[in-house]
Unconditional design. Structure first.
Length: 568
């Protein structure tokens, strides 16, 4: 249950704190006093959209905080455990709105808004002013039936199978698309692969080609330089060899006389050996120099071919090698596409059989729960002043030529919610056949149908808190009294917080709050107050008679409260 609610700088509310109790908590007040603002703050706490326009003028942020007793709600505690949130039997949900955005907290630990909404959905069912209109749209009817435990379990199993099926279907579709694209480009790929395979594009081959070109291109210069070195080393009267021998002899003689020349003598000996080896290598090298203009021309043509391919494909030679391998893989894939598609199609067919089975189980669960719901709705509506109500839940498969599965010999369309559609039909008059809700139900009847559904859902789903923002739209008199009695009875199963303009409903409250709006230091503010017995009498009397409270209205209000409380 919601133990308390704190709101600060939210719309007309500067600061407000209220404590709620078990049972039926009723909020009344003049139109525009701020009752729905309080519900709006609760809605925000439960993870709904936060509008920065709701920040009170002149302030930096709006804050709304609810303290809830969750008892032993394992599902809630499991979520908190996953989010590393410390918890006990009491948790605090808080939402802050700034002009730059909003933040959410559970027990002062920051959490994602989706987590806040997930926790809120497990703890509170909030019915807004216009939510009953959702019943007039058939696409929302499955949400009602799917909330019941037996259907929810079947839906959960179906959803898991649907997810796997959808993934396989996408994979198959992608593979077929790739096949089509590849078939369209197959000839191009073959030509490109043949062209790149014929070119010598390997890195080592290109490096070897460039090195060979460098030698051939400079063969004449290399020969000239080698000849000059050979000539300097051994030809003529003053060859380099003879000069070195003369220097070695002189330094050797000097070293025997002056020790300091010993080092230079040794270094010259070493240099002489190196020079002799260099001269012999140069002579041998010159003999191996290749003069091959035709080979050089061939290599230049080969290099031009590589450059042309790089320019044509917009890739370097190294990248062209990678692309060539991709082409090879694609060409190989083209040859094996049929086999891959066949194997994946078998997996898809097996998965579709599983999906059809899960869909049938969900279909049967909805039909079974629909029959139970129809009987319970007739009883609830009778108690709400529609004595001859007939309520039916129709569950039918959605057929489509493009459907994934075949059920009962017909192609059936599947979505995340199943392969069928749910529709509510109702008759509110004796002898009339049930018809679509939008064609038969008045505003007051829709409100009662919604309350009946909520009552059944609360008992089935064990919701701890239900909030109603003017669910009594379009009703009055004896019908309002029955609605109030139903809400009071329902409050024995869960805590109810409700806004009403009906005296008959307000009189059923276990706890009655008055919401008022007034001016305070040039600002309009909203306050909420828990009423005592005498204040309740006057509040209900004002609902009955208006601003001028008559003695007759006071007597009627007093009688109403006494009747409900069992006092004389």
């Amino acid at each position: 249950m919601i133990q308390s609610l704190y709101i600060k700088d939210f719309a007309l509310i500067d600061e407000l704190e209220v404590s709620f109790a078990p049972g039926l908590n009723i909020l009344t007040g003049q139109t525009g006093a701020g009752k729905s603002i309080i519900i709006g703050a609760l809605n925000m706490i439960l993870g709904e959209r936060a509008d920065t326009d709701m920040i009170r003028h002149g302030t930096q942020k709006a804050v709304a905080e609810a303290v809830l007793n969750v008892g032993d709600a394992d599902s809630v505690k499991s979520i908190l455990r996953e989010q590393a949130v410390d918890f006990g039997r009491v948790i605090i949900l808080r939402r802050e709105i700034r002009h730059s955005g909003s933040r959410a907290f559970i027990n002062d630990t920051p959490v994602n808004i989706a987590v806040l909404r997930q926790v809120g959905d497990l703890l509170v069912d909030l019915h807004g002013q216009h939510d009953h209109q959702l019943l007039l749209k058939e696409e929302n009817h499955h949400k009602v039936i799917d909330g019941f435990p037996n259907v929810l379990r079947a839906l959960s199993s179906y959803s898991a199978v649907y997810k796997d099926t959808s993934s396989l279907m996408k994979e198959l579709s992608s593979l077929k698309k790739r096949e089509r694209e590849l078939q369209e480009k197959l000839e191009l790929y073959r030509f490109q692969y043949k062209e790149l395979e014929a070119a010598e594009l390997d890195k080592e081959e290109i490096e070897a080609m460039e090195a060979e070109m460098k030698l051939l291109d400079n063969a004449e210069d290399l020969d000239q330089k080698a000849a000059m070195i050979t000539e300097v080393g051994s030809n003529g009267e003053a060859s380099l060899t003879e000069i070195l021998d003369t220097l070695k002899s002189a330094l050797s003689d000097m070293a025997r006389i002056e020790q300091e020349f010993e080092t230079y003598s040794q270094e010259l000996n070493t240099a002489a050996i190196s020079i002799q080896e260099m001269l012999r290598f140069t002579e041998r090298y010159r003999g191996n120099i290749e003069f091959n203009p035709s080979r050089l021309d061939h290599l230049r043509q080969q290099q031009a071919s590589v450059n042309r391919l790089e320019k044509k494909y917009g890739r370097t030679a190294e990248q062209l090698n990678v692309y060539r391998e991709e082409l090879r893989e694609n060409l190989g894939l083209a040859e094996n596409f049929d086999l891959e598609i066949e194997q994946l199609q078998k997996k898809v067919d097996t998965q579709l059989d599983k999906l059809a089975t899960a869909a049938a189980e969900l279909h049967e669960a909805r039909i079974k729960e629909g029959k139970i719901l129809s009987g319970r709705m007739a009883q609830e509506l009778q108690g709400l002043g529609i004595p001859h109500a007939s309520f039916e839940v129709a569950v039918n498969y959605v057929t489509s030529e493009k459907g994934w599965v075949t059920i009962d010999g017909k192609k059936t369309a599947c979505t995340e919610q199943g392969c069928d559609e749910v529709a509510f039909f109702i008759s509110t008059n004796k002898g009339e056949q049930p018809k679509a809700m939008i064609k038969i139900a008045s505003g007051g009847e829709i409100s009662r149908v919604m309350l009946a559904l909520k009552s059944i859902a609360a008992m089935e789903q064990h919701l701890p808190v239900m909030i109603f923002d003017e669910i009594d739209t379009g009703i009055s008199g004896a019908v309002a009294e029955r609605v109030g009695e139903t809400m009071r009875s329902l409050s024995e199963q869960c805590q109810i917080i409700a806004i009403t303009h009906q005296a008959q409903i307000a009189g059923q409250a276990h706890n009655h709050f008055s919401v008022e709006k007034y001016e305070e230091t040039d600002r309009t503010v909203t306050h909420i107050k828990l009423l005592n017995r005498d204040e309740r009498v006057r509040e209900i009397a004002s609902i009955i008679s208006g601003a001028e409270v008559s003695e007759h209205a006071l007597a009627s209000a007093r009688e109403m409260i006494n009747k409900i409380s069992g006092e004389p």
